[in-house]
Design a protein around this ligand. Structure first.
Ligand code: PLP
Length: 390
């Protein structure tokens, strides 16, 4: 009866089952997978949501791409980041996930494919399947720093490929795209008629300011490109459900893309009016949240770098940006048994690397968001366990 867009295998995996068991028995554990910024003791300005109560929010005047005042606010936010984008290229969505879905509808027929990075964000598989699109991985390689395997990406391109997704900085490797990589991607897209989708939700969370980085696909002019961002990560306000995409590239590609996107967005009109009306004030008032999150992830990343050298079997991979850290540990046992052991015996929950499609074992992924006291004690138990098992 049901579509194959949603998997028919609904049995929870061993890790989800173990978490459910602990929760059922009210056993507490330190959650180093927490990626919800509203649950980690960050101070949110208490009056911030007064911006949602503007009288203009009482009138419904639907616009496929969003209210002009809200799109202007996004233009202003890009200006703050040193980028000039015209308002007519800004499209509001309810989330970045919805922006992906809009773009898959715009670019792909059922059965077409999009190239996605590996290791990376695990939701691509679901987002693509829900739009009957196939994700095809291209690899990020680690040689002391992460780089994009551009030859592999060329080989992964098929005659059904319609787009390349880059996550910049990538989740969870924390690696930013380098200028030469962006240029090579743009040329490849141009030659093969592909669009470039830049997921830039973590762009402003720089962990290593010394390193060269390119923060937006908007900084190239060859390929049709879309920069995706939003309040969920950019301001730590996922509950407000507002994201955006900005189109760039050759005018003869951008124009027809926007004409078609308008039909898609007009079909759903999914962004609520009050959040659009409040966006100018939210972007200004929310800047303090971004700063607090940046301070938190920087603090926790430094604490991890300070603690890890006492444990020779643990290697913290350098993170250039984002909200996550990756550690490499000896592959004496599978990632799954190590993660289960950590949860059941040490009461620390981390993500196994396979969750993000790392090419081999053993890697663990830690969120850098938790409260410092939780982060420090969980990291200490984690490092001791890994060292003892080595
Ligand atoms: C790389 C990346 N893109 C997009 C999202 C989802 O963003 P949104 O809440 O705007 O859908 C996430 C959430 O974790 C993410 O890690």
């Amino acid at each position: 009866m049901f579509s194959t867009r949603v998997t028919s295998d609904l049995t929870p995996n061993r890790l989800s089952a173990a978490i459910a068991r602990l929760r059922e028995n009210r056993v507490e554990f330190d959650d180093l997978t927490e990626s919800n910024p509203t649950r980690v003791g960050i101070d949110y300005p208490v009056r911030l949501l007064e911006a949602l109560a503007r009288p203009s929010g009482l009138t419904y005047a639907p616009e496929p791409f969003g209210m002009p005042s809200a799109r202007d606010a996004v233009v202003g936010d890009f200006r703050r980041r040193g980028m000039s984008v015209p308002r007519d290229r800004v499209v509001l969505t309810a989330s970045t996930s919805e922006a992906y879905s809009d773009l898959f509808k715009l670019l792909c027929d059922p059965g077409d494919d999009v190239l996605v990075p590996a290791p990376s964000y695990p939701l691509f598989e679901y987002l693509a399947a829900l739009d009957s699109v196939r994700p095809r991985p291209y690899h990020l390689e680690y040689h002391g720093a992460w780089s994009l395997d551009i030859d592999g990406l060329r080989r992964a391109t098929t005659d059904r490929t319609r787009a390349i997704v880059v996550v910049n900085p990538n989740n969870p490797t924390g690696s930013y795209l380098k200028r030469a990589e962006l240029d090579a991607l743009a040329i490849h897209c141009r030659v093969h008629d592909l669009a470039l989708i830049g997921d830039e939700v973590f762009a402003e969370y720089v962990l290593d300011a010394e390193l060269a980085r390119t923060t937006s696909v908007l900084s190239q002019g060859q390929a049709l490109a879309f920069s995706l961002g939003g309040m969920s990560k950019g301001l730590g306000l996922p509950q407000l459900k507002l994201g955006w995409m900005v189109a760039a590239g050759p005018e003869e590609l951008v124009r027809p893309a926007l004409e078609r996107l308008e039909i898609i967005c007009d079909t759903y009109l999914s962004v609520a009016t009050p959040v659009q009306a409040g966006l100018p004030a939210l972007l200004t008032g929310g800047a303090a949240i971004r700063t607090a999150i940046r301070d938190r992830v920087t603090r926790n990343y430094r604490a991890l770098l300070t603690a890890a050298p006492q444990y020779p079997s643990v290697d913290v991979l350098p993170a250039e940006g984002g909200w996550y850290a990756v550690i490499q540990v000896p592959a004496m046992q599978s990632e799954e048994s190590l993660v289960l052991h950590l949860l059941e015996h040490d009461r620390v929950l981390v993500h196994p690397g396979y969750f993000f499609d790392f090419p081999r074992e053993a890697f663990l992924v830690l969120s850098l968001l938790p409260r410092p006291e939780v982060f420090d004690r969980a990291v200490s138990r984690l490092l001791q366990r890994v060292e003892a098992a080595a």
